[in-house]
Write a protein that binds this ligand. Structure first.
Ligand SMILES: [Ca+2]
Length: 112
């Protein structure tokens, strides 16, 4: 069980975006990476401010957490996150998202 989880983690580590992948990637992949970075930055800033508030003021504001949960579990947000996760997959390492490549291929097939 533990070994299997370790294998999954190591396998996912190979797919993590690196600086080299970012530089060599297509503009669409750069947009996906930047969007993921902005999302992670916003969420990290939220929790940083939340815990700062807790540490310095001693206030646990559950209403803000409930609002965050409501906002992040909205259908549109979940669909956007699924789209981003699908767009991050680039198994052939050519710098273009595989889901975007499939869309381009389908469009080419329908035109012929
Ligand atoms: Ca690809």
């Amino acid at each position: 069980m533990f070994n299997k989880a370790k294998q999954y983690l190591l396998k996912s580590y190979d797919y993590l975006p690196t600086v080299q992948k970012f530089i060599n990637g297509s503009p669409s992949m750069k947009a996906v990476y930047i969007t993921c970075f902005v999302l992670i930055f916003i969420i990290a800033t939220f929790f940083g401010m939340y815990f700062w508030n807790f540490k310095n003021r001693g206030v646990v504001d559950l209403n803000i957490l409930i609002d965050l949960f409501r906002a992040t579990t909205a259908t549109q947000v979940l669909a956007f996150i699924v789209f981003l996760v699908k767009a991050l997959v680039d198994k052939d390492d050519n710098g273009i998202s595989d889901s975007i490549e499939n869309e381009i291929r389908k469009e080419g097939d329908s035109n012929n």
